[in-house]
Design a protein around this ligand. Structure first.
Ligand SMILES: CC(C)(COP(=O)(O)OP(=O)(O)OC[C@H]1O[C@@H](n2cnc3c(N)ncnc32)[C@H](O)[C@@H]1OP(=O)(O)O)[C@@H](O)C(=O)NCCC(=O)NCCS
Length: 172
C-alpha cells in the first residue's frame, strides 16, 4: 500500500464528507454533520472557496485491480491576524482508524504547514479537545505550543436565530 498526499478535488468531497462524519463521531458532536457532501463541494470548489483541503490517498492492488481510497484529510482556510498578517487555521485533521500510526497524520499536517508557508503565513492555528491526549502528543512532538493558558482567550459563538436577530436589528 502506498500513500500520496495531494490537494483535494471537487470529486473527493463525498469521501471527505464520510471522513468528516467519522471525525464528528470521534469528537462526540451530538448534532453531527449538518452539511451534505454537495454543499461541501460547493463551499470548497464553488465561485468562492471557503476552505482548502489536503487528502491522503492510498493505492492498493487487489487481484490485479488498482484501487484508490481517501483515508485522511487536513481541511484548512486562510485567516488574518492584525498583528501577524496572513495565517492558516487548520480546521480538521483526520486519518481513518485502520490507517493510523503510520505517518499519514504527520504528512497531512506537514502538507498544510507547507501551504501556509507558500502563502507567506506566519502562524498556523488549530484547536484540540482537552481529552484528546494522543493528538495533543502528536502536536507537541511536531513543535506546536498550547497557548490556551497564556492567552486566556475565550471562544464565543453565535448561531441560527441569534445570529439572524443580531444581524437584522438596527444599532442606531
Ligand atoms: C491524530 C491523527 C490525525 C494522527 O494521525 P496518524 O496517521 O495516526 O499520525 P502519525 O502516524 O503521523 O503519527 C502518529 C502519532 O500520532 C499520535 N497518535 C494519535 N492518535 C493515534 C492513534 N490512534 N494511533 C497511533 N498514533 C496516534 C501518536 O503520538 C503517534 O506518535 P508515534 O507514531 O511516535 O507513536 C489520527 O490519530 C486521528 O485521526 N485521530 C482521530 C481524530 C483526531 O484526533 N484528530 C485530531 C483532532 S484535533
Amino acid at each position: 500500500m502506498s500513500v500520496v498526499i495531494r490537494g483535494a478535488k471537487r470529486e473527493d468531497c463525498a469521501a471527505i464528507h464520510g471522513l468528516i462524519k467519522e471525525l464528528t463521531e470521534f469528537e462526540k458532536y451530538p448534532e453531527g454533520v449538518k452539511t451534505t457532501y454537495e454543499e461541501l463541494a460547493s463551499h470548497g470548489f464553488g465561485s468562492r472557496a471557503f476552505f482548502y483541503c489536503k487528502v491522503a490517498e492510498t493505492t492498493e492492488s487487489n487481484r490485479g485491480e488498482t484501487e484508490k481510497k481517501i483515508i485522511g484529510y487536513g481541511l484548512y482556510y486562510f485567516t488574518y491576524l492584525t498583528l501577524e498578517g496572513p495565517t492558516v487555521y487548520l480546521r480538521d485533521l483526520y486519518v481513518a482508524s485502520a490507517y493510523r500510526g503510520k505517518g499519514t497524520g504527520t504528512a497531512l499536517f506537514r502538507a498544510v504547514a507547507k501551504a501556509a508557508i507558500e502563502e507567506k503565513c506566519a502562524v498556523m492555528t488549530w484547536r484540540v479537545f482537552d481529552w484528546n491526549k494522543p493528538a495533543i502528543e502528536l502536536y507537541q512532538k511536531l513543535g506546536g505550543s498550547d497557548i490556551t493558558k497564556e492567552e486566556q482567550l475565550r471562544t464565543f459563538c453565535m448561531k441560527g436565530d441569534t445570529l439572524q436577530k443580531v444581524a437584522s436589528e438596527s444599532a442606531f
